[in-house]
Design a protein around this ligand. Structure first.
Ligand SMILES: Cc1cc2nc3c(=O)[nH]c(=O)nc-3n(C[C@H](O)[C@H](O)[C@H](O)COP(=O)(O)OP(=O)(O)OC[C@H]3O[C@@H](n4cnc5c(N)ncnc54)[C@H](O)[C@@H]3O)c2cc1C
Length: 439
């Protein structure tokens, strides 16, 4: 006899735990399966802007997450050649700080929140197949840590199983509706950080085409994230530590920030992480978090969105589970809401994630934005999702920034013009893609 629950979820990290929490709070019988043992690390940095912290709070997980001991980050710093701008957040739900909590303890806090809400989470169990009733998904086939197979029937199956989602593959949704390659790679490591004067500041430096970040996190550490252009991935291959240190030195502001700090972890890398939207709902199934939609890490929105749209999916499905037609309508409306909320941020992120000659233009654009009164605050409002990113990409601003970049970097003229032309084309295409996605 197969087990029977209301909802079964593949994956129990950000999206899975958030969805499970929302469903269980509404009194639904929910089971989340994850082959991982949590706490365990995963390849992901973990900065949350104030908008992400607010999502932890809306989920009821913030107190637990704050107990992990990461410092609050009420200050932001944006630096580069001739630029050193500081600013604070406009509060989101009265929360006016960012947080950077390593994924192992963060995910553990999320799983504990789900369990406390009444959800069952089985670690060491993976979803291996789907059960179908005609054209409708009706449950999962699962495998436990001893290799024993079993079945669970459910009104709704949710894939919250990340970018390589098994559920997406099994429902035939693995091929994205929209996708963009990443223009920058990620290399990150943790440093012991005695620099108390920086411990409440999330800082970012742009220098030439290099992008470096230092985010204080739990354990008295600071996470250093380098995002060189993808055409530099070969420099890191077989030479990871030396190239990491050399790249830090290419960003003088970051190198100064790390003065007195010592790297105490191995370096984690991600060279290929394309962005996408997948079709994310169908009869008896839905895809939450990265399983359905992924944005380049350059704007650090993924955890926020996995928490938010996981919670919203749980809330939307909870009241519709007893009638298949209402359930399908509810999850379809959820998917459309997610796409409407995310599509402009997606295109803005893709533009910021370009590692080509546009980087010089981006820097001049950023300089013009943050040198205005309250400029950093307004930029942070975009990252906290309080302000439409299209406001920062208005054409007159882009044109002015391009002219300035050309004047300041005569040697990189061809690179800048090519990068800008490509970005202009991408912006034009993004309008069509948005219309198609939301049609
Ligand atoms: C290099 C990098 C840096 C990033 N930096 C940031 C950042 O600074 N800030 C930010 O907000 N976001 C960041 N992100 C994005 C963030 O990592 C994701 O958006 C977030 O992890 C999505 O959560 P999720 O729950 O959807 O997926 P995941 O966190 O990937 O969790 C998926 C879970 O599904 C489980 N699973 C897989 N297969 C199965 C199966 N068959 N059955 C059951 N379970 C399964 C996995 O074991 C895993 O635990 C970054 C991403 C990358 C790649």
């Amino acid at each position: 006899m197969a087990e029977r629950v209301d909802v079964v979820i593949a994956g129990a990290r950000c999206a899975g735990s958030a969805t499970a929490t929302a469903l269980a709070r509404k009194g639904r019988h929910v089971l989340a399966l994850d082959p991982a043992r949590i706490p365990s690390p995963t390849v992901s940095t973990h900065l949350l802007f104030a908008g992400g912290v607010a999502e932890l709070s809306r989920l009821g997980a913030l107190d637990r997450v704050e107990k992990i001991g990461a410092p609050r980050l009420p200050h932001a710093f944006i630096g580069g050649p001739g630029l050193a701008a500081r600013g604070e957040y406009t509060p989101v739900d009265d929360l006016d700080y960012g947080l950077c909590v390593r994924r192992a303890p963060l995910d553990q806090a999320l799983v504990e929140t789900a369990r406390e809400s009444g959800a069952e989470v089985r670690e060491g169990h993976r979803v291996s197949g789907l059960l179908w009733d005609g054209g409708r998904v009706a449950g999962v086939r699962a495998r436990d840590h001893d290799g024993k197979d079993y079945e669970v029937r459910a009104s709704l199956v949710i894939g919250a199983d990340g970018r390589r989602s098994t559920v997406a593959r099994l429902v035939g949704a693995a091929r994205p509706r929209l996708t963009h390659p990443n223009g920058r790679a990620c290399y990150y490591a943790y440093y012991e950080d005695p620099r108390q004067e920086w411990r409440s500041t999330a800082a970012m430096w742009l220098t030439g085409r290099e992008l470096g970040n230092a985010f204080p996190c739990d354990g008295g550490l600071t996470m250093v994230l380098l995002m060189p252009p993808v055409d530099r991935v070969a420099d890191f291959r077989g030479n990871l530590e030396a190239e990491f240190d050399r790249t830090v030195s290419l960003v003088p502001g970051l190198a100064e920030r790390l003065d007195g700090c010592v790297r105490v972890s191995k370096i984690v890398s991600s060279a290929e992480h394309p962005s996408y939207f997948r079709s994310s709902t169908g009869p008896g199934w839905a895809l939450a978090g990265d399983a359905g939609h992924f944005k380049d890490p350059v704007t650090a929105q993924g955890i926020r969105d996995a928490l938010r749209f996981g919670r919203l999916l749980g809330e939307a499905a909870a009241t519709a589970l007893d009638d298949p037609a209402s359930l399908d309508r509810a999850v379809r409306a959820w998917e459309r809401g997610r796409n409407v909320e995310c599509v402009h941020t997606y295109h803005w992120t893709n533009l910021l994630g370009r590692g080509d000659g546009l980087a010089h233009v981006q820097f001049e654009l950023l300089r013009a934005l943050v040198n205005r009164p309250a400029g950093v605050r307004e930029v942070l409002e975009v990252y906290s999702r309080l302000r439409d990113p299209r406001e920062t990409l208005a054409l007159p601003g882009l044109a002015g920034a391009t002219l300035k970049a050309l004047r300041l970097h005569p040697d990189a003229r061809a690179e800048i013009l090519t990068g800008t032309a490509r970005a202009g084309r991408a912006l034009a295409v993004s309008h069509l893609e948005t219309r198609r996605l939301l049609a």
